[in-house]
Design a protein around this ligand. Structure first.
Ligand SMILES: [Zn+2]
Length: 307
C-alpha cells in the first residue's frame, strides 16, 4: 500500500477568501471580480467536466512527484484514479487535475488532464496530450484506462452543487500568471495558515504558453535548463479549459507542488499552463472551492525536484 500523509488545511469563510483574492488579482489585472456564487453546471459547455459541482468533502491529492521523472524516469511508478481517491478517503467521487499520462498504456510519456467521476454511472472524460516525435506536433486524445504515471495533482470532491468562488479577470497588467497570482495572494494573506483551492478555470480570450512533455529524455534532467530544453513549449489559443489545484504553502515539508493546472480544449490543444502570452487580450473565468485537507500520497524519498 502506498504511504499517505494527511495535512488539514485552514478553511476561512468563502466570502473572506473572495475579498482577499479580489484585492490580490486587482494588483495584476485591470479588471478583477471575485465573488461567492452557486457553482454553475460544470458538465455544460465549455467546461465539459465529468461532474456538476466542486462541493462535498473537497480535498487535494498530491501524488508522487517530479523526483520520479528526474533525473531519469522511474517508469514503474504507476497509479490509478480509483486507488488515489480511496487513499484520499473519498472513493467513487469526482477527480480533476494535472498529472503525467499512463506511459505503460500510451507507449510514451505525456500530459494527463484528469476529469473523471469514479462513482456508479460516472464517466471518464480524461485526456492525454503527447508530442509526435516525427514533426514535433502534438495530439490530444481521450484516455480511458483510469491510470497515470509518476505524478499527479488533483482536486477530489463529491462533485455536488454548492457555493464556490467565481473569479473573473481580464487585461493583465502585472507580471504574475493567473495561477501564481492566486497562490501568492493566498500565501501573503494567510501566512502559515495554509489554504488550498482547486477546481477549474477557462482562458476565455487570448493565447497561452503551454508545455507538453515529450517521451522520456535519454539524458539526465538535472538542471532547469536541461528540463526546459527537453520540454516542448507551444502557444495555444483560447478557449482553454484548465483543471488543477493550488496550495498556499508547505509547512509540514511534504514536498508539495503548490500549483499545477493542465488544460484541454475542444479544438485539439492542451497541456501544462505557464502563463498567457497576450496580456492585453487575456481574460479568465474560474470556479474554485476551498479544500479541507491535502493528502500526500507516495512521497518520494529523494526530494530534489518540485517542477
Ligand atoms: Zn504539468
Amino acid at each position: 500500500m502506498l504511504p499517505v500523509q494527511k495535512m488539514p488545511l485552514h478553511q476561512p469563510p468563502l466570502e473572506e477568501v473572495a475579498e482577499v483574492l479580489q484585492k490580490g488579482l486587482a494588483n495584476n489585472f485591470s479588471t478583477a471580480e471575485v465573488k461567492v456564487v452557486d457553482c454553475p453546471d460544470l458538465t455544460a459547455a465549455p467546461f465539459d467536466l465529468a461532474e456538476k459541482g466542486l462541493s462535498g468533502r473537497p480535498r487535494i491529492l498530491d501524488v508522487g512527484g517530479p523526483d520520479y521523472l528526474k533525473p531519469f524516469p522511474q517508469k514503474e511508478k504507476k497509479y490509478s484514479f480509483a486507488d488515489v481517491s480511496n487513499l484520499g478517503e473519498l472513493p467513487g467521487s469526482f477527480l480533476i487535475g494535472a498529472g503525467a499520462g499512463p506511459c505503460h498504456h500510451t507507449g510514451t510519456n505525456c500530459e494527463l488532464i484528469c476529469n473523471v467521476q469514479l462513482g456508479e454511472g460516472g464517466s471518464n472524460k480524461s485526456r492525454i496530450v503527447k508530442v509526435n516525435e516525427g514533426d514535433g506536433s502534438y495530439t490530444i486524445m481521450e484516455e480511458k484506462s483510469g491510470e497515470f504515471s509518476l505524478l499527479g495533482n488533483f482536486f477530489l470532491s463529491q462533485g455536488k452543487p454548492g457555493k464556490v468562488l467565481e473569479l473573473k479577470v481580464k487585461d493583465r497588467t502585472g507580471p504574475e500568471n493567473f495561477v501564481s497570482c492566486v497562490r501568492k495572494t493566498l500565501a501573503a494573506h494567510y501566512g502559515d495558515k495554509t489554504v488550498g483551492v482547486g477546481g477549474t478555470f477557462l482562458l476565455q480570450t487570448g493565447k497561452a504558453n503551454i508545455h507538453v512533455m515529450p517521451d522520456f529524455s535519454k539524458t539526465a534532467l538535472e538542471t532547469d535548463e536541461q528540463s526546459d530544453n527537453w520540454l516542448k513549449f507551444y502557444e495555444m489559443d483560447a478557449p482553454l479549459i484548465h483543471v488543477g489545484e493550488i496550495v498556499s504553502g508547505d509547512p509540514e515539508k511534504l514536498h508539495l507542488r503548490c500549483e499545477h493546472f493542465h488544460c484541454f480544449s475542444h479544438h485539439g490543444q492542451g497541456g501544462h499552463y505557464h502563463y498567457d502570452t497576450t496580456p492585453n487580450s487575456a481574460s479568465y473565468l474560474g470556479y474554485l472551492n476551498l479544500a479541507e485537507a491535502v493528502y500526500r500520497i507516495d512521497i518520494p524519498q529523494e526530494k530534489k525536484y518540485l517542477f
